[in-house]
Structure formats: C-alpha cells, structure tokens
Design a protein around this ligand. Structure first.
Ligand SMILES: Cc1ncc(COP(=O)(O)O)c(C=O)c1O
Length: 375
C-alpha cells in the first residue's frame, strides 16, 4: 500500500511517547503564556497590528512575486535599511522566514570544496542549511571555540563556522568572541543565528553580535527572525553589502520564494521602531528571565541559568514532559515542551519564555503551577 510505512512510524512514535498534535489557540485564550516566542509582548501591540494593517491596505495581501520580480516593495527596502542600521550592519536582506534566511546564508556561503563547522546544538534550520550546502559539514562539540579552531585547521579553502547565538533548547549563549577569534585565525567566516538574541541582548535589543562588538565586522554574517521579539513573521540576513549582494544573486531561498507579505514587513517595521523608542523592553525581558530562573530553582526545580529570555527546566522523560506540560495547561499555564528529536542530547524539557510584559504576580502563578504539577 502506498505510504504504508507511515503507519509503522506512527506506531513507533506512539510507543516512544513522541506524538505531536496541533492545538488551535483561540483569540482570547485564558492561558498565561510562557510558551510563545513573543519575548517583548509586541505581537498584539496596537502599533504593530496597525503596521500590519496599514501595509496590507497600501500594498495588498501578498507581495505578488519573488523578490527579484515584483516582490520587493519600498516597504521591504525600508525594513532592510532600518534593521541593518539598528543591528549595526552595512546591509540586510529580508526573507519570508528565519528558516529561509538560515538556508540562504549557509548554502550561499559554503560552496563546493568549502568546510562548514557546525555546533552540535544548532537549530534545525542551520542543520538543514548544512545538509543543502555544497560544502562539507563537520559537527563539533557544543559551544567550544577550540573544537572550531581544530576543525578549521584541517581544511584548506573557504570555510565558515555556524552557530546559534542563543541556543533555543537550553537558552545558553554561544561563546561568540571565542568563535570569531577561532575563525579569524583561519581566515574563515562566521555565520550566527540571532533568532533568540535580537530584541533581548545588546544595547536596547540590538542583538548578541552587537553586545560583543561583532556587529558590522566584515567576516561576520548574522541571521535573525522577525517572528520572535519583533512579533511578526519573516527573517533576515545582516552583513557586509558584498555578502548581501551575493545572496541576492546566489541564495535559492531568496530567488525562488515569494517575497515577505507586506503585512509582516509592516508589523516588523512598527515593532522595530517601537523597540528603538522603548529600549528598556530588552532589559526587562532579561530581568524577567533571571527572576523566573531564581524562583524556579528556589522551588527545587532543575532550571538552566538563562543567558537571554529562554528558561529551560529538565523533565525526567518525554512522556513525563508531555504530561507535565498538559497538567500546566489544565491549570491555566501554557509552556513549551521539547523532547526528541528536537533536543540534541535526548533530554526532555519544559521550555519557558520570559516575556518582558509578565508581572511579578504572573511569575508567582507560573512557578507555583510548574512546582505543583512536577512529575
Ligand atoms: C534559533 C532559530 N533559528 C531560526 C528559527 C526559524 O525562524 P522562523 O520561525 O522565522 O522561520 C527559529 C525558530 O523559529 C529558531 O529558534
């Protein structure tokens, strides 16, 4: 039977406690949200919603074509200019998702004969970029500049190291300065994914590379998503103008994809302008994360110290993690649940996000529910 093997896979997934299901979210959800990536609480901000609505009224529901044909509006170039300027880079290129931006950066910067050195904890979209790229990938130990240095030393020819800046599973930060130094010793480029750093780290949320003085460097390329702190949808690559020009000409997920919807571009631009005006939102997200971590550990839970806005709590098994998250939900709290294959080390976790707009009372409630429902 066609697709007969799917049933066997579904059975194996059920046996392992790894079945995933969709839960449509009502517009007026009563749940306290510690699961979304809306780090700054901007996705429903009136200015962000109006940015989307105004863009849709002006430009329509879709961008109407690929970026090189009709899909580049003046709004797209405005967003690219302001995003690059905010993060401290010469140029930016907007994509329909952060996923597409990562595929573009890795594939276009790792040609035949090149080496890609990839952190073992990287996000799936960077991993897929490595899989699609023509270069050869070497996976190295997590957050280990010496391992990167050693791998680069084995190769003669173009090379890049790729890493998340803040890892999505445990919320720990990459050793960016060490990675850049290792790359520079070998004349290699550094590509980092700042999906969880933009809006949270760096002065006023300018991102992790900005925080460590790597913004604008000629050998550093950064990818971001517009879907987390900026409360919209889409992605971008930031870097030297010559790299961005190269992507326009060589990145398949840029060339063969319809341009970002105007509403998403308008929402992201509105959020960016808001963040410029209210830079304290970034510091507040970090403060909430640290507060949440403190309260969880005081309650005896095994939480990883956060470097940005993601707080991870270890669970004993995938089944117990799923049950824990379900029990939280029944008690009015939405939390994320990470388990294999989304975790590189096989350890299941609850994943909590510390939104800048969470109050002290909400944090109290969240920690109480997580403590009371623990396996
Ligand atoms: C580290 C990281 N990179 C990239 C992405 C993909 O971004 P997008 O959702 O905009 O496709 C995500 C998650 O969504 C992420 O967590």
């Amino acid at each position: 039977m066609a697709f007969g093997w799917i049933d066997e896979q579904a059975r194996a997934r059920r046996r392992a406690g790894l079945v995933r299901t969709l839960r449509p979210r009502p517009a007026d959800s009563p749940l306290l949200d510690l699961a979304s990536n809306d780090y700054l609480g901007l996705s429903r901000h009136p200015e962000v919603a109006e940015g989307a609505a105004a863009a849709a009224r002006t430009w329509g529901g879709g961008s109407t074509g690929s970026r090189l044909v009709t899909g580049t509006t003046e709004l797209h170039t405005e967003l690219e200019r302001e995003l690059a300027e905010f993060c401290g880079f010469e140029a930016a290129l907007v994509f329909s998702s952060g996923y597409a931006a990562n595929l573009a950066a890795v594939t276009a910067l790792a040609p035949h004969g090149s080496l890609i050195v990839s952190d073992a904890g990287n996000h799936a979209s960077l991993i897929d970029g490595c899989r699609l790229a023509r270069g050869t990938t070497q996976v190295v130990a997590h957050a280990d500049p010496d391992a990167v240095r050693k791998a680069l030393g084995t190769h003669d020819g173009p090379a890049v190291a790729v890493s998340d800046t803040v890892f999505s599973v445990d919320g720990d930060a990459a050793p960016l300065a060490g990675l850049a130094a290792a790359c520079r010793e070998h004349g290699a480029g550094l590509v980092v994914d700042d999906a969880h750093g933009l809006g949270v780290l760096g002065n006023g949320g300018r991102g992790a590379p900005y925080a460590v003085g790597l913004a604008g460097a000629e050998d550093v390329v950064v990818t971001v998503t517009l879907s987390k702190s900026l409360g919209s949808q889409g992605g971008a690559v930031l870097g030297p103008a010559r790299v961005i020009d190269h992507l326009v000409n060589a990145a398949r997920t840029f060339i063969f994809d319809t341009g970002l919807a105007p509403a998403a571009a308008g929402a992201a631009l509105a959020a960016l302008r808001l963040l410029r005006r209210e830079p304290e939102r970034a510091a507040r997200a970090r403060e909430v994360a640290s507060e949440l971590h403190g309260r969880l550990t005081a309650a005896g839970l095994e939480a990883v110290r956060p470097d940005a806005a993601v707080v991870s709590v270890r669970a004993p098994s995938p089944e117990e993690a799923v049950q824990w998250a379900a029990d939280c939900r029944s008690a009015g709290l939405a939390v994320g649940c990470f388990r294999p294959p989304s975790v590189p080390d096989g350890i299941s976790r609850l994943r909590l996000t510390a939104r800048a707009d969470l109050s002290g009372a909400e944090l109290d409630r969240a920690v109480r529910v997580i403590g009371e429902t623990r396996p």
